[in-house]
Design a protein around this ligand. Structure first.
Ligand SMILES: Cc1ncc(COP(=O)(O)O)c(C=O)c1O
Length: 335
């Protein structure tokens, strides 16, 4: 046997992720997208149909909307904040409900228990991308969801030095995924990446406490600033689903969306004026990041809250007071 089939370092990390997610088993893959692909293809075949949350990671949107139709798997995107809309989107050939909660970057919340019940009654498989919450803040399998996927590149590894994914679920489901999608599609991870994840995951609890605390402090501060039109963060009482998020999550992480008054030029000036934030796409690490996002990207849209001026902030592990001061200074600069 060699690493494509079995590796002891990889196995140690898989056992830890299974324990964290309260799963019967977990498998590591070469990226979050490889994990998403393996999970969906484990439950949907040619002729099948997926109902997916509209507010999802942009490449997952492209996979469902662009690539999977070429394999005969169609997707309807629905507003999962409205369970009647989900029900209406389900067809006789539907096999999978694909979820992300909170959704990146609009921060919409799905009622996981209600959706899992709806799926169980109809024999559908539920898959959730739990990257944003992490198992520290939310454990979907305990709420009846069938499969959890992660971009381990983000909070689980936590140091922005590895690209990896994970799938977790019951022993039976994981045996089937291992014997089919993981072996045959080949999204294998190497032991060096697994070792980096092992180092990172040991501080997951401490890091998430810090991200939760600083994330909430930043969201509260920005919600008070006149230069900011809107803050999308489920930890704020003003979030339309704050009560639901508080029921199913222990904290709200460090990721949020803010809308800067003045559209894209103001969003770019704000991001450039920040001294402690880098500009970059792969969030969930130790360093804070800002990313102006365009509503013209087909995976985004104004109906998801991605309007001109939208900036995604990932709050890292720097000193919280320093971050608040940096944000205040940057906003004063554009005002
Ligand atoms: C919510 C979410 N899921 C999945 C992914 C994909 O992860 P990876 O880059 O490890 O393929 C990302 C990456 O940005 C993400 O934000």
């Amino acid at each position: 046997m060699y690493t494509r089939g079995l590796n002891p370092t990889v196995q140690v990390v898989e056992e830890k992720i299974a324990l964290l997610e309260r799963a019967g088993g977990a498998r590591l893959l070469g990226s979050g997208m490889a994990a998403i692909t393996a999970a969906i293809l484990s439950a949907a075949r040619n002729g099948d149909h997926v109902v997916a949350v509209r507010s999802i990671y942009s490449n997952a949107y492209r996979l469902l909307n662009g690539y999977l139709p070429t394999l005969g798997i169609a997707t309807t995107f629905a507003d999962f904040t409205d369970l009647d809309a989900v029900e209406a989107a389900i067809r006789p050939e539907t096999r999978v409900l694909y979820l992300e909660s909170p959704g990146n970057p609009g921060m919409h919340i799905v009622d996981l228990e209600a959706v899992a019940r709806m799926a169980q009654e109809r024999g559908l498989v539920t898959v959730i991308d739990n990257t944003l919450a992490t198992p520290y803040n939310q454990r979907p399998l305990e709420m009846g969801v069938d499969l959890v996927v992660h971009s381990v590149s983000k909070y689980l590894a936590g140091h922005s030095d590895v690209v990896a994914g994970a799938v977790a679920g019951s022993e039976k489901r994981m045996r089937a995924i291992s014997a089919n999608e993981i072996r045959d599609l080949g999204g294998i991870i190497g032991p060096f990446e697994a070792w980096l994840i092992l180092r990172g995951i040991r501080t997951l609890g401490l890091r998430m406490q810090a991200h939760n605390h600083a994330g909430l402090a930043v969201a509260c501060r920005l919600a008070e600033r006149s230069e900011i039109e809107r803050v999308h963060y489920a930890g704020l009482p003003s979030h339309p689903q704050h009560a639901l998020a508080s029921r199913q999550m222990r904290g709200f992480s460090g990721l949020m969306g803010v809308v800067v008054r003045g559209g894209m030029p103001a969003a770019i000036s704000f991001a450039n004026a920040l001294r402690l934030f880098g500009i970059g796409v792969s969030w969930g690490g130790f360093e804070s990041l800002a990313l102006p996002m365009s509503p013209e990207d087909p995976a985004m849209s104004p109906e998801l809250g991605i309007v001109p001026g939208f900036v995604r902030l990932s709050i890292g592990l720097e000193d919280e007071a320093d971050l608040l001061e940096d944000l205040d200074n940057a906003l004063r600069g554009i005002g």
